[in-house]
Write a protein that binds this ligand. Structure first.
Ligand SMILES: Cc1cc2nc3c(=O)[nH]c(=O)nc-3n(C[C@H](O)[C@H](O)[C@H](O)COP(=O)(O)OP(=O)(O)OC[C@H]3O[C@@H](n4cnc5c(N)ncnc54)[C@H](O)[C@@H]3O)c2cc1C
Length: 460
């Protein structure tokens, strides 16, 4: 790969081909594009950053990079928790954050969206039409649709409404040689050719740069009723989740363990019960009387699993407060020190076993591991915390991280449910996929990007 220097790639030619201000090279400006939220200590120094405003700018940038063998790191808002948007030395960071257009078409219940549009902006644009874009990563106010599609982002409502890919009908992608292709379109049904569209969803910037997305919208759901249950231990809470899976269809089913509740209370006191071993927050948005019936069934599941208290409310403001408590968990845990954010996913019936193993890992390695979970999906976010600058603490955190990935595999789950493999989990990917599937992936990636310029080091 090329690197900066007098004989390096002709950045001036790239600058001349793009509008003024689109290409950044001075370190003071490019610094903001080196890291994502993962804050990897070995983030590289980009040769340049391109802030594209159109698909043509993306084509120009990728074409230039291909001609000069410059690695390209596609980037949205940089909220990756897997190091997927972390710069490498001598790369071109290709940011699509300026491509923010949103056009809602109520007749087809679709939105045509630029990759730089914030997830929350799409929701806001759909709402006046009585429409809704369901995927809601905890970062929905700060992450982009391009990043969401590239990671197949999940979130809180996936337990009922699925993940990003379930709402992607079409996209434009700039391939590694600078060509632009259109995949899918505005119809819900489309079986023409190989299903290549879905290959790009979750490809983490390794197969192409997304420049336009067609999203499916659905009618706004009924206002949700909320159920809050405290338990003596995470095992009881997990048993309640398993029971609910068989009897109800919650629109949200989130879990915080005692350490996560404590972190939230330290960060932003909300009156949560910090003496409890675990907190479940569930919602039902079933229409009419079905909502209170579903809440009653969920309350019964909690009581039968040994909940120490169960509270239900139809008041949306009160419900939102508990939702905000869940959303505050990420920043609250981050405020406790340096953090390795985990994202394993297990079949829901293995939740109790997985949580017990994670608690044992925390004890064995002497690490602090507050746990939040999209519990209804079996998607666990143990966050391994250590004091900043404590090298021994970092070492133990890394050991815990690897041990938790093994828990996912032992439970028949996956090393990443929604954040992606990025740079942080690539060494564990072969353990999950095996040699044949890894080889298949390499052949697909090699066919689409023979020069290997797109996000090298991500996935493998
Ligand atoms: C507080 C917080 C809470 C979070 N909660 C969740 C959650 O609940 N669920 C969840 O799934 N994630 C969550 N995340 C992780 C993160 O927000 C998601 O992975 C999100 O989808 C990344 O979007 P982004 O715009 O920041 O993309 P970036 O971080 O910039 O990039 C992410 C990946 O997408 C690629 N990419 C970005 N744009 C493009 C493009 N236009 N074309 C091709 N590839 C591209 C990048 O190369 C990289 O591999 C959370 C993060 C934070 C900080």
């Amino acid at each position: 790969m090329a690197s900066a220097g007098t004989d390096g790639p002709p950045v001036d030619a790239l600058r001349a081909a793009l509008p003024e201000g689109a290409v950044l090279t001075d370190p003071a400006s490019t610094e903001a594009y080196r890291h994502d939220w993962t804050r990897l200590p070995d983030a590289g120094f980009p040769l340049a950053v391109v802030r594209a405003s159109s698909a043509d700018h993306v084509r120009t940038a990728v074409g230039w990079a291909a001609a000069h063998r410059v690695p390209v790191v596609p980037r949205g808002a940089g909220t990756s928790l897997a190091g997927g948007a972390t710069a490498i030395d001598g790369c071109l960071v290709l940011s699509t954050e300026r491509m923010t257009g949103i056009e809602v078409d109520p007749a087809t219940r679709t939105a045509v969206v630029g990759p730089g549009a914030l997830t929350s902006a799409v929701k806001d644009a759909a709402a006046p039409h009585g429409l809704w874009y369901p995927p809601d990563p905890g970062s929905f106010r700060i992450s982009t649709i391009g990043g969401n599609v590239a990671t197949n982002a999940g979130g809180i409502c996936c337990v009922k409404y699925g993940v990003t890919t379930d709402y992607v009908l079409g996209m434009d992608v700039v391939l590694a040689d600078g060509r632009l292709v259109t995949l899918g379109g505005r119809t819900v049904k489309d079986v023409a050719g190989l299903p290549l569209l879905k290959l790009f969803v979750g490809s983490e910037g390794t197969l192409g740069v997304i420049t336009r997305v067609v999203l499916r919208l659905v009618p706004l759901p009924a206002p949700a009723g909320t159920l809050v249950a405290y338990f003596d231990c995470t095992r009881d809470a997990a048993r309640a989740v398993v029971a609910m899976g068989a009897r109800a269809r919650p629109s949200m089913l989130e879990l915080l363990d005692a350490a996560a509740v404590g972190a939230v209370e330290d960060f932003r006191p909300m009156g949560l019960d910090r003496d409890a071993g675990a907190l479940l927050v569930a919602q039902s948005d079933a229409p009419g009387t079905a909502r209170s019936e579903e809440i009653a069934v969920m309350a019964e599941c909690c009581e039968q699993a040994g909940a120490r208290s169960v509270i239900a409310t139809d008041d949306p403001v009160e419900g939102d407060l508990f939702l905000e408590a869940r959303r505050a968990a990420g920043p609250a845990i981050s405020a406790r020190g340096s953090v390795l954010a985990e994202d394993i996913c297990v079949p829901v019936d293995r939740l109790p076993a997985a949580m017990e193993r994670i608690e044992a890992i925390a004890r064995e390695h002497g690490t602090e591991i507050p746990l939040v979970a999209h519990a209804g999906d079996g998607n666990l976010h143990p966050a391994i915390v250590w004091p900043p600058g404590d090298e021994e603490g970092r070492r133990r955190a890394e050991e815990s991280f690897a041990a938790i990935l093994q828990v996912a595999l032992d439970c028949g789950g996956t090393i990443t449910g929604e954040h992606g493999v990025g740079r942080t989990k690539r060494s564990a990917l072969p353990d999950q996929l095996g040699d044949d599937v890894m080889e298949l992936g390499r052949r697909v990636r090699g066919a689409l990007d023979p020069l290997g310029i797109l996000n090298p080091g991500v996935l493998w």
